[in-house]
Design a protein around this ligand. Structure first.
Ligand code: GUN
Length: 290
């Protein structure tokens, strides 16, 4: 078994992005600028956005963090997005999801100017991705593609099972892996909560992408010997041996599945780090597109 190490791969990409930003600045071009909007005090969302803003600083990007309480109205949020749409200096805008129930996520995403939608969630960008046009690829699936490419994982002709059909991860992942490109050319099965005999479906997979948000859901009996395992989950579970009383685990039962896999991503230290990295790549692309 070999680890698909997000620390190593993201460090290499971040180094490359940092260098490009330095070159841009030396050539008198504008500094990439990401604006992040966070609503409420969900600790996980706060941590993710904090990391995105911190990474901007490390790579020489400018960033703006806009914070609201859960009492913000949908109108106020849409007004803020429109304002950022019109700020020339801002290249990328992201609104951290999930949103409070009274705010319509679809409306929010559709309000972000597609040219600044560095999450790649706008219907026009997702549509372009579907038909293989150049656009912003959603950060998590994009990060997974970079990871597979970095480790030279053979995907062509392989059976890939993606578990979970979210707009953010599972659905775009299934599209990217079935494309006629490298990585890609997989025969993809998109499994979800209504899939029958999921264990048997997974046991046929050369590559499993687990994105269902259930701790240790993928167990060793569901995995074929030598399979490549990519774990998108970040779940907090109780652990009395830790000072905090909790720890993070993925959607895969790592300790048991690792024995059967050829490659596997750890949690933490796997896909999550790649997600931030691809968000930065998208923001640099947005600045470049100007
Ligand atoms: N919530 C979970 N993942 C993401 C992401 O990639 N982008 C945004 N904006 N919110 C998220």
């Amino acid at each position: 078994m070999q680890l698909l190490d997000g620390k190593v791969v993201s460090a290499a990409y971040k180094e490359q992005i940092k260098k490009e930003v330095e070159e841009r600045k030396a050539a008198g071009k504008k500094t990439p600028h990401l604006a992040a909007i966070i609503i409420g005090d969900n600790p996980a969302s706060r941590a993710y956005v904090g990391n995105k803003v911190k990474t901007c600083g490390e790579l020489g990007f400018n960033s703006t963090l806009v914070e609201y309480g859960t009492d913000i109205s949908e109108d106020e949020l849409l007004t803020k997005i429109n304002e950022l749409n019109n700020v020339e200096a801002v290249d990328g805008i992201l609104v951290q999801l999930p949103l409070p129930k009274h705010i319509d996520e679809n409306k929010v995403i559709a309000t972000i100017k597609p040219e600044k939608d560095v999450d790649g969630f706008h219907p026009s960008n997702l549509g372009k991705m579907m038909i293989g046009q150049d656009t912003f690829i959603p950060a998590t699936p994009y990060g997974i593609m970079l990871m597979l490419e970095h480790y030279g994982i053979e995907t062509s002709g392989k059976n890939c099972v993606v578990i979970g059909r979210s707009n953010i991860v599972g659905t775009p992942m299934s599209v990217l892996l079935s494309r006629n490109s490298e990585p890609g050319n997989c025969t993809v099965t998109l499994a979800h909560s209504r899939t029958k005999n999921l264990a048997e479906v997974c046991a046929q997979a050369d590559i499993i992408i687990a994105a269902i948000g259930k701790a240790k859901f993928v167990t060793a009996d569901m995995v074929k010997d030598g399979a490549v395992i990519v774990d998108v989950g970040i779940n907090r579970i109780e652990d009395a041996t830790r000072k905090s009383g909790t720890r993070l685990v993925g959607d895969v039962d790592f300790e048991n599945v690792k024995e059967k896999s050829s490659f596997i991503t750890p949690v933490p230290g796997g896909v999550g780090l790649m997600t931030i990295c691809s968000l930065m790549k998208n923001t640099l692309k947005a600045a470049d597109n100007k």
